[in-house]
Design a protein around this ligand. Structure first.
Ligand code: HEM
Length: 145
């Protein structure tokens, strides 16, 4: 084997190892990327919070809420849930909602507002559905009435 083919083999091995470690580092962030990364998420979350505050079905619950903090925590939460490089720093869903008497109708209203916000920012419906599917299991911790 000449020096050239040895070098080629080494290069192939290095490329292979490099691709493997890049994959291990990033994990599966396909949904995060489809949502437009942190900037995309934060953009539709800001609209989402504004829509919620206008929604008479649920807005009374938010009358004393620091909505900037809420938007920032929702952005973190959606970023982490979609496989992005964030760590949600807020309270657990049970802790945050336990004394609010949230009903299934409230939960569905909020999910609808989120869809309206994503639609406004042209998030494709297949991507919207993937995020909603990640949130659906939280219903058990949030709805208490
Ligand atoms: C998928 C559904 C939901 C998600 C992902 C969600 C997520 C969150 C998050 C991340 C926070 C911040 C937690 C913290 O303060 O540490 C929060 C707070 C809050 N959520 Fe939800 N929530 C959902 C449904 C609802 C519903 C249905 C209501 C009532 C209609 C509601 C009312 C509130 C209120 C009022 C706060 C602020 C509490 C405060 O000001 O301290 N949430 N939610």
């Amino acid at each position: 084997m000449n020096i050239f083919s040895r070098l080629c083999k080494t290069l192939v091995v290095l490329i292979f190892l490099g691709a493997g470690s890049a994959h291990a580092q990033t994990g599966n962030d396909a949904l995060y990327q489809s949502l437009g990364g942190k900037t995309g998420i934060s953009t539709f979350v800001n609209s989402f919070v504004a829509i919620v505050l206008e929604d008479a079905r649920i807005n009374k619950a938010f009358k004393d809420t620091d909505t900037e903090r809420l938007a920032s925590l929702l952005t973190e939460q959606f970023c982490e849930l979609s496989g992005g490089p964030c760590k949600y720093s807020g309270r657990s869903m049970t802790e945050a909602h336990h004394d609010m008497q949230v009903t299934n109708a409230h939960f569905n209203a909020l999910a609808e507002d989120l869809q309206v916000a994503m639609e406004k920012h042209e998030v494709p419906s297949s991507v919207q559905n993937k995020l909603i599917a990640k949130l659906a299991p939280m219903q058990r911790s949030i709805v208490s009435k």
